[in-house]
Ligand binder design. Sequence first.
Ligand code: KMH
Ligand code: ZN
Length: 269
Amino acid sequence: MTATITVAPTGPIATKADNPALPTQPEEIAAAVAEGYQAGAAVAHIHLRDEQDNPTADLGIARRTMDLIQESCPILIQLSTGVGLGVPFEEREALVELRPQMATLNPCSMSFGAGEFRNPPDAVRRLAGRMLELGVKPELEIYDTGHLDACSRLLEEGLLAEPLQFSIVLGVRGGMAATPQNLMTMVDRLPEGAAWQVIAIGRANLELTAIGLALGGNARAGLEDTLYLRKGELSPGSTPLVRRAVRLAHALDRPVANVHQAAAQLALN
Ligand code: KMH
Ligand code: ZN
């Protein structure tokens, strides 16, 4: 089966002081995405920053970033509705009104590093329902076993449409630790027919991305998930991480999905 690679060039927390190659402005993000597309990514997971490089859900910045990406390559755009820990849910959820092909849906509140990631149940239901109305495919971010159960309840309530698409997020402080055992447990528990990828944060990024691909999952690569190529060596952008995921997929005899194959695999409109 083909492997869909998502490029995630900018996250909610790291700054240029952590890695000077981190893209924060629309032009920088679009350039990183175009490079990632050339390297084999079919999906771009997008976080936005304001002029001061702080996380933002500003619709003008989001629109401009989407336009710049679409001018440069046909990659599928997935907006993060996680945005950043300090941004209110009401601002985050409005991003889906821009109708990206996909957007993330974080089903539960949790501790997140030193902060708090607020996803109140009613607000999550409202966002899931709106995404269904707009035809924006949710990528369900599950950081712990209970998050999978929360998604099953959304499905039962008719707020999600199958096939579901999951990211198994490992290594966030406040969620599951980045261990192969935790990944196996989550993969075992996924509903039949679900598409899934591994998001491996930090040091275990390489190993868990490889295990996910070996198990038949998709992969995510980029500076959002790890700033380093290996211990002590900052990655000079997301492209080397995308190339590494592509090499892993090829070594495992998983052809890398192009945009059309990825859209079919993820059941996008
Ligand atoms: N930053 C990752 C730990 C989102 O953007 O909505 C999870 C993530 C979620 O990518
Ligand atoms: Zn994200």
